[in-house]
Design a protein around this ligand. Structure first.
Ligand SMILES: [Mn+2]
Length: 329
């Protein structure tokens, strides 16, 4: 019998190409008995892009994809409130905070998975849907670097820092207990936080959710956010984490989800970018405005020769200088 798993995403028109890669990898790795009921909350995705994403999902028999226009819900609050709009490489829009309010948009579900789209799924992830959420609002992954990066949570009010410094969950992948969120009317608490400008929301959705949930959270294994830069951190002798070294290496060796949380394959050169580019090429996706021109192989080769040429030139100059000095002396 097919097991139906609801999962949703929130992104804007600029992120359609990364979403196509994420959707393909989710379904390509899905177990045979898993049917994904996929949903997108958005405010500006074009008809053409909806068609593109439908055609990616349409390659598979075990999924449906639905789009829900949120009609500007919370966009004024996002633009005028104490939120972070990110930087040129990754812009945040009101879509980032919509994900906290899934209970309002999906009354048909008691539970739902949320995922970012700057990811490649490396395995079927449906098992996280069965995590025990009794008494918890949400399950998520703790950031492995929270203990190491001293100012990571320094924007929080002291009482929130005190409550969350060991338990703060990252965004990226959540399992949300919509039933409990509705039963306890967590939405009104989240709206209070949205409207309270004395609460700085440096990490937007993550801050809203963590502060509202007051530690009624469950934890997912770090494999569900395999950070491409974690290996670099592990090489630092003073690196400390809430996770054990075994858990961190396991997330690198056996990733469930590669999450390009910092540098993105389309505008940077994170580790494992090739995994992303393989799917991009296979689907013949377009290079859109979010792409920075990543040098292709020929350009790299040219650069190598140019460097070689410069070295030869330097050596030649040195030889001439020595020869001239020899003549003078
Ligand atoms: Mn992300």
């Amino acid at each position: 019998m097919m097991k139906h798993i609801p999962i949703f995403f929130t992104f804007d028109n600029n992120y359609v190409v990364p979403a196509a890669v994420a959707f393909y990898s989710l379904l390509n790795r899905a177990g045979r008995d898993i049917f994904y009921e996929m949903h997108v909350l958005h405010h500006d995705i074009s008809d053409e892009n909806i068609k593109l994403l439908q055609s990616v999902v349409g390659r598979f028999k075990n999924a449906i994809l639905e789009f829900h226009d949120t009609a500007g819900f919370l966009s004024d609050e996002f633009n005028s409130g104490s939120f972070s709009s990110g930087h040129a490489g990754s812009r945040f829009t009101a879509d980032t905070i919509l994900r906290c309010f899934a209970a309002r948009f999906f009354p048909q579900y008691d539970k739902i998975i949320y995922s970012d789209v700057d990811v490649v799924f490396m395995d079927d992830i449906s098992e996280i849907y069965d995590i025990d959420l009794r008494g918890k609002y949400i399950a998520g992954v703790r950031g492995p670097f929270m203990k190491y990066v001293a100012d990571e949570l320094s924007h929080l009010k002291p009482e929130h820092f005190e409550m969350l410094h060991d338990t703060y969950i990252a965004g990226g992948i959540w399992v949300m207990n919509l039933k409990k969120i509705r039963a306890d009317n967590l939405e009104s608490r989240m709206l209070e936080i949205v409207h309270d400008d004395t609460i700085i929301k440096r990490f937007n959705d993550q801050d809203i959710m963590n502060i509202a949930c007051e530690n009624h959270v469950a934890f997912l294994p770090l494999n569900y956010i395999s950070y491409p830069y974690l290996l670099d951190l592990l090489r630092k002798p003073d690196f400390i984490s809430h996770y054990s070294r075994d858990e961190m290496f396991d997330s690198i060796i056996n990733p469930k989800i590669l999450h390009f949380a910092a540098s993105k394959p389309w505008n940077g050169t994170p580790q494992h970018a090739d995994t992303w580019w393989n799917i991009f090429e296979y689907l013949k996706l377009p290079r859109t405005s979010i792409f920075r021109d990543v040098p292709d192989e020929n350009v790299k080769k040219y650069k190598k020769y140019k460097r070689l040429f410069n070295i030869v030139l330097c050596v030649l100059a040195a030889v001439i200088v020595i020869a001239v000095l020899g003549v003078i002396l």
